[in-house]
Write a protein that binds this ligand. Structure first.
Ligand code: ADP
Ligand code: MG
Length: 262
């Protein structure tokens, strides 16, 4: 593939991904692309396969068929070649791939025995071998930016759930990942704490992050998604800009789902 073509390659390309647990095809032929700077939001009932899909991308689950390609773009940089890698190839270095992807889950994101700043700097220091002083400068700047500079020396259990999830996001972006995966990061929060976490995700979008996220927050999806993808029983039923999926769904199944969650 030529360099010019690769510059337009999506950051993430999922091709025909199948994942089975026993007899059940939890992912049943998923094709999905996420372009650089794009925010794609997965919606669907509990059990539809959203988390499993995100886990296959982070190599926490192996696919049974299909493949997942991750492309490092050279946009805004004069260094290095654009580079596409099949991350479902069994020979791949899973830790090296995970180092390029930031992940935040619903629960248990922070290491309870590490102070907030150490949580944020851990990957930079251990995986990227960034010197402590430099990692801490970056980490502090990040914490200041999300309004939690004063919590740097606290342990996670001294923070509210919303603050903890904001720290988890800071940790996920501290190493400048190519792709951010967010799996229902507000589902465990008290309703009054949801906004501050989603506002931070919105801010990341405006700063150009590439994000694939699962959420039940439909109003957030409408406001922030570039594309909404409706998943049912491991299949993509419908996908499009939020105005289309929410206001003029093409499929009866999508309409029925939206009627239930609204
Ligand atoms: P969602 O995140 O959309 O709620 P999941 O991806 O968690 O959906 O689950 C999809 C389906 O896969 C569910 O039926 C769930 O029970 C099943 N599943 C998920 N993980 C496992 C597992 N490790 N073993 C067996 N079944 C699983
Ligand atoms: Mg889930």
């Amino acid at each position: 593939m030529s360099g010019a073509d690769q510059r337009t390659e999506p950051v993430l390309r999922i091709e025909g991904v199948v994942k089975r647990f026993g007899e059940q095809s939890v992912l049943d032929g998923i094709d999905l692309e996420v372009a650089k700077h794009e925010v794609v939001v997965l919606i669907g009932a509990s059990g539809s396969g959203k988390s499993t899909l995100l886990k296959t991308i982070n190599l926490l689950e192996q696919v049974d068929d299909g493949r997942i390609l991750l492309t490092r773009s050279t946009e805004g940089s004069t260094e290095g070649e654009p580079h596409t890698q099949d991350i479902t190839d069994p020979r791949v270095d899973a830790d090296a791939i995970r180092a390029r992807i930031g992940v935040v889950f619903q629960h248990y994101n922070l290491f309870p025995h590490l102070r907030v700043l150490d949580n944020v700097t851990l990957a930079a220091r251990k995986v990227f071998r960034t010197p402590r002083a430099e990692a801490e400068r970056t980490g502090m700047a990040l914490l200041e930016r999300i309004g939690l500079g004063d919590k740097a020396r606290e342990y996670p259990d001294r923070l509210s759930g919303g603050q903890q999830q904001r720290v988890a996001i800071a940790r996920a972006i501290a190493t400048d990942p190519e792709l951010l995966l967010l799996d229902e990061i507000t589902s465990a929060l008290d309703p009054q704490l949801v906004g501050e976490v989603l506002d931070l995700v919105h801010e990341l979008k405006t700063q150009g992050s590439t994000i694939l996220m699962a959420t039940h927050e439909m109003s957030f999806a409408r406001r922030v998604a570039d594309r909404v993808v409706y998943l049912k029983d491991g299949r993509i039923i419908e996908s499009g800009p939020p105005a289309q999926v929410f206001d003029a769904p093409q499929r009866e199944e999508t309409r029925a789902f939206l009627a239930r969650v609204r």
